[in-house]
Design a protein around this ligand. Structure first.
Ligand code: ADP
Ligand code: MG
Length: 363
């Protein structure tokens, strides 16, 4: 029912809570917390990397992501083809995080006349490349004009059998915490690109100093989704107990698994996998490399837990690191430093509402 109170900006006398007080996850929680699914086919609604829908046969996975110019990407250093590729990857990664197979994608764009046909074709080259590499069909979308920057909304479907879907909520105390690949590289790449942008702003004659940093640049500009992990784990008969993809940083994602599984954790800082190039660049920026991994984000690796009994199966697999274990909640969520100190694991990952510069009150 709509009432008189439903004016464009609500009732002025109503209490006003700043979104910055809530943060992204607080806002999602407030907006969605009492939603009860009406359909028995809605197996999982809000709260995981993708929704799970029972179609009668295999489960359908469904996920969406929104990318906004100036918030998620900066076209001064992000080539449009890379942007298209990345927009597809961040969605494919969410299907990988459910242990599913990506299938179809829709792409919606809002674009201003600042962009040419050729520019948008470059963007679509990136989308098409990702779709071809990950065996995904582009099946639709929507196109609108924009009075501000470029906006991209991608929705993806995936498939999986019911019993092979991995949720954020299945971890138990004692389970081992594993991560694929290495972390912090995408953030290191961003630091580098931001530095060169500042140099360029001061002196446009300066050529960017990007040689020798190929790895971290690729991590930032051309991330990949770990759809390979599903088969790798299947091949050694390991089904993770919980899983999430690392879009916001290892700390934030670990806390998600703990919250949704009702566990605590111990993460060993020295076990966090970091590439030597990431290490080198972080130190150049006077940053502790593990901070890039814990708080940086955008690596799109998978963080998952396995039963302790599965340790033997996974220990010699290259590209998977065991970085800690789940505990009972009363033991807290801890990061153990190399000298054995216990530190509270806190999420200082990307949070659009907290980092955003003050925008004028629409009223
Ligand atoms: P991810 O980082 O994997 O894309 P998010 O952190 O964006 O996941 O979202 C967490 C959960 O909240 C997901 O299940 C997502 O579908 C849901 N969600 C996010 N924003 C909204 C919204 N505005 N309305 C309803 N559900 C949302
Ligand atoms: Mg995700």
């Amino acid at each position: 029912m709509f009432t008189k109170k439903d004016r464009p900006l609500g009732d002025e006398k109503q209490k006003r809570t700043e979104l910055s007080e809530l943060g992204e996850f607080g806002l999602i929680d407030r907006l969605t917390r009492d939603i009860v699914p009406k359909h028995s086919s809605t197996v999982k609604g809000v709260g995981d990397d993708a929704a799970v829908i029972d179609t009668g046969g295999r489960m359908l996975l469904l996920s969406t992501d929104l990318l906004i110019e100036g918030v998620h990407f900066d076209l001064t250093y992000m080539p449009l083809k890379h942007l298209g590729y990345k927009a597809a990857i961040v969605n494919i990664s969410d299907i990988a995080a459910m242990n599913g197979i990506p299938k179809q994608m829709t792409v919606s764009i809002a674009v201003s006349n600042r962009f040419s046909l050729e520019a948008m074709e470059e963007f679509y080259k990136g989308i098409r490349l990702a779709c071809s590499q990950y065996n995904v069909d582009l099946v639709g979308g929507d196109t609108s004009s924009s009075v501000t920057g470029l906006m991209i909304s991608v929705t993806i479907t995936g498939e999986a059998d019911k019993e092979e879907i991995v949720y954020r909520s299945g971890a138990k105390a004692g389970d081992l915490i594993c991560v694929t690949g290495d972390l912090g590289g995408a953030y290191a790449g961003l630091l580098l690109l931001e530095r060169e942008k500042q140099v360029y702003k001061v002196n446009p004659e300066m050529q960017p100093e990007l040689t020798g940093y190929d790895y971290v640049l690729a991590r930032q500009l051309k991330p990949e989704a770990r759809t390979d992990i599903r088969n790798l784990l299947k091949g050694i008969a390991v089904l993770p107990t919980s899983m999430i993809d690392i879009s916001d940083g290892l700390a934030s994602e670990t806390l998600h698994l703990c919250k949704d599984s009702g566990t605590g954790c111990r993460i060993y800082e020295e076990k966090i996998p970091i590439d030597p190039d990431t290490q080198k660049l972080a130190l150049e920026f006077n940053m502790i490399p593990t901070v890039c991994a814990l708080s940086g984000g955008e690596d799109y690796e998978l963080l998952f837990t396995i039963r302790q009994d599965d340790f033997e199966k996974i220990r010699d697999i290259s590209g998977i690191s065991v970085i800690g274990h789940m505990t009972v909640p009363s033991e807290g969520k801890l990061l153990i430093t190399p000298d054995g100190k216990e530190v509270q694991l806190t999420a200082q990952g990307w949070d659009g509402f907290k980092n955003a510069s003050a925008t004028p009150d629409p009223r």
